[in-house]
Design a protein around this ligand. Structure first.
Ligand code: NAD
Length: 246
């Protein structure tokens, strides 16, 4: 119940899906939570449902200036941020031959540059308090390749590598950095017409015989946010029903 008492977390892409599930669990565990997203109405609704322990801030993770504002407004309202969850992300389901440079760079901008800017923006505060847990939501697409996903796979492999480098550089400041690698999780990102065929194919191969639920990723994020993971940094944590064990 109180695994995050007196902590403040900032969760990007928190309006819905995995980010919203993490926000809900963190609030239940005593944290004050700032959720950020470009989806204003959904973000406000999600925050309102979690009461006064949750604040929504409109924020595009690709903009350094927006990051600065989100951190300063968030800290002024909710206290020093000691947990950052870089969760916002987008997928592009397109073959290599049909992916334009513009599309490729847009995916990298959101999924990879976004977390980079987030780490930069949060560092002054975490360094000052000599404490922090940064959790990067990568993917099993950061562990193995997937057809028709070149930009997404590139972005999630990059995030996994950034996690390890940031962990090495920040360990002496008391800041831990880890990545989570979800398999197929029931959220709007994958439960939609464009993704149906691909998801059906992947689901047929999942040893546990089912896709995952957002709360099953939130539980892992809770472990990494809390002191229970005090000796974990630079590591990757997979929750995929056994898919990548094959
Ligand atoms: N659902 C899955 O199967 C799955 C699997 C592996 C990894 N992931 C990762 O989990 C994370 C969450 O995904 P989800 O499944 O909850 O998807 P989702 O689409 O439900 O949520 C993603 C959120 O990110 C927000 N977002 C997108 N671009 C943004 C930007 N520029 N600035 C701020 N917010 C932005 C969206 O508005 C949305 O609310 C993503 O990083 C995704 O890549 C998801």
């Amino acid at each position: 119940m109180n695994r995050l008492t007196n902590r403040t977390a900032l969760i990007t892409g928190g309006a819905r899906g995995i980010g919203a599930a993490i926000a809900k669990l963190f609030v239940q565990e005593g944290a004050s939570v700032i959720i950020t997203d470009i989806l204003q109405a959904e973000g406000e609704l999600t925050a309102a449902a979690l009461g006064n322990k949750c604040l929504f801030i409109h924020h595009d993770v690709t903009l350094a200036s927006a990051w600065k504002l989100a951190v300063s407004v968030g800290e002024a309202r909710m206290g020093p941020i000691s947990i950052l969850v870089n969760n916002a992300g987008v997928v592009l389901n397109k073959p290599l031959r049909q992916t334009s440079q513009e599309e490729f760079e847009r995916i990298l901008q959101i999924n990879t540059t976004g977390p980079f800017l987030g780490i930069e923006a949060i560092l002054p505060s975490m360094t000052k308090h000599r404490s922090g847990s940064i959790i990067n939501i990568s993917s099993i697409a950061g562990l193995v390749g997937f057809t028709n996903c070149i930009a997404y796979v590139a972005s999630k492999y990059a995030l996994r590598g950034m996690t390890k480098t940031a962990a090495l550089e920040l360990a002496k400041d008391g800041i831990r950095v880890n990545s989570i690698h979800p398999g197929v999780i029931r959220t709007p990102m994958v439960i939609n017409d464009a993704m149906t065929d691909m998801i059906d194919q992947i689901t047929a191969d999942i040893p546990m015989g089912r896709i995952g639920e957002p709360v099953e990723i939130a539980q892992l994020a809770l472990y990494l946010a809390s002191d229970e993971s005090s000796y974990c940094t630079g590591s990757e944590f997979t929750a995929d029903g056994g898919l990548t064990a094959q």
